[in-house]
Ligand binder design. Structure first.
Ligand code: AMP
Ligand code: MG
Length: 409
């Protein structure tokens, strides 16, 4: 029996192919703005009004005509009082208006003097201590949103700040992309579910299924609806049946384990017999075994079984795919340059993703055990170093850092 080595696909090429297959899903969902955090906007949000609606005060203080306050210490009568939410009268010439933060600037006034720069000057009058600059402490009408402007565009991922912005233009409901439906299953006869067998009674060679937990959590963070099919035994027929069943009502079947090239790895033949497999093995470490194909109308993605490989391939390949399915325009994570405070003396032929953490000196520390089975590294890390093939790293070298905070959002 021979084991031919397939050519490994470069990551960028594989990702481009995947994204090509990820046609945005049909269908949108209308949600309360409160419920839309993390979802992908399915409409352009055009402001019907100016935000703020009119010029208003950025300070508690006095509204004045700046040219009437050419010197320090000018005393002015207070001609009106304008709390937030009130309408203002035009400013009487030669006077100041008492004004509060967020209140509309009266017509004629062109500057706000903050109350700390004033002092009382007898009944109904104020002394202006400084000389105001025209325009100071005035927030301009429309400086946040102009009437007619697109404040949030279709395909944008909603963040807490974006929800606030949508609310500021009066949107209490939003159209978002529907949730992708994902069928999740794990393969491996060595796996048992935590809770089924207590740690003291685990038989030799048996391990807990950890991938299922982080994959379900990652999927949910990306707005997916997850059907968990549990553990599928390492048998071709069982694998085929599970795939067949899962393909029916799901956009994507996501599996972990069983995509290597051993006799116990049945996903490849099972997918090929039910549909097609178009991508197989990627030149990255961790994470070489990765498969993409179709089963019926569903997409299929097979992640490696090793937990860190599974985690990393999810972030690099599945995450952008799922964002694109939901109509996102921006799917690739942005790397930032950072200095390595470690050495990596042995280069690999594959592009590597090292688990690192930022230290207080602005550099990156390396988790000492980079094995693809050591999930501790992924918990400890706050990012990945994207290291090109064949590249060693000396301490002080500038490397490419992918923050996990972004990849996990
Ligand atoms: P495989 O890709 O099926 O050859 O699995 C590679 C390694 O990952 C083996 O050591 C498996 O025991 C382990 N593994 C596979 N699936 C899981 C899982 N769901 N949770 C934890 N470890 C797993
Ligand atoms: Mg296996």
């Amino acid at each position: 029996m021979s084991f031919p080595r397939p050519a490994l696909r470069p990551l960028d090429e594989a990702l481009a192919e995947l994204l090509d297959h990820a046609r945005p899903l049909q269908g949108t969902e209308e949600l309360s703005t409160f419920e839309a955090d993390g979802r992908l906007l399915a409409q352009d949000l055009v402001s019907q009004l100016q935000v703020p609606p009119e010029d208003n005060s950025a300070m508690d203080g006095y509204a004045v005509r700046s040219r009437e306050v050419a010197d320090e210490g000018v005393v002015m009568p207070i001609s009106q009082r304008i709390p937030a939410g009130a309408a203002a009268q035009p400013l009487v010439p030669g006077s100041a208006a008492r004004i509060f933060t967020g209140a509309p600037v009266p017509q004629g006034a062109d500057a706000i003097v903050m109350q700390e720069d004033t002092e009382p000057a007898g009944e109904g009058a104020v002394r202006i201590l400084g000389v105001p600059r025209p325009g100071q402490w005035i927030r301009r009408s429309g400086e946040d949103a102009q009437r007619g402007a697109v404040v949030l565009a279709r395909g944008e991922r909603l963040t807490p700040a974006a929800l606030g912005l949508a609310a500021s233009i009066g949107m209490d409901r939003l159209a978002v992309a529907r949730r992708p439906k994902i069928a999740l299953f794990s393969t491996g006869d060595e796996l048992v579910m935590p809770g089924e067998v207590p740690p003291a009674q685990m038989k030799p060679g048996v391990i807990y299924n950890s991938n299922r937990f982080f994959l379900a959590a990652l999927l949910r963070r990306l707005g997916c609806e997850v059907t968990d099919y549990g553990i599928v035994p390492d048998r071709l027929q069982a694998t085929r049946e599970a795939l067949d069943r899962a393909a029916e009502a799901h956009d994507l079947i996501l599996t972990s384990g069983g995509v290597s090239v051993g006799e116990e790895d049945h996903l490849k033949p099972a997918v090929q017999s039910l549909g097609s497999l178009s991508l197989w093995q990627i030149a990255i470490k961790p994470g070489k075994p990765f498969a993409y194909g179709r089963v019926g109308a569903a997409h299929f993605m097979g992640l490696p079984g090793n937990p860190v490989s599974s985690f990393v391939t999810f972030l690099l390949l599945v995450r952008p795919f799922l964002l694109k399915l939901q109509g996102a325009r921006q799917v690739a994570p942005a790397a930032v340059p950072a200095p390595a405070h470690f050495t990596w003396p042995r280069a690999d032929k594959r592009r590597e993703f090292l688990r690192v953490r930022r230290n207080a000196r602005g550099g990156l520390d390396l988790f000492p055990n980079q094995s693809s089975g050591v999930l501790t590294s992924a918990v400890w890390a706050d990012g990945l170093v994207d290291n090109p093939p064949g590249q060693t790293i000396a301490s002080g070298n500038i490397v490419s850092f992918l923050p996990l905070a972004e990849l996990l959002s």
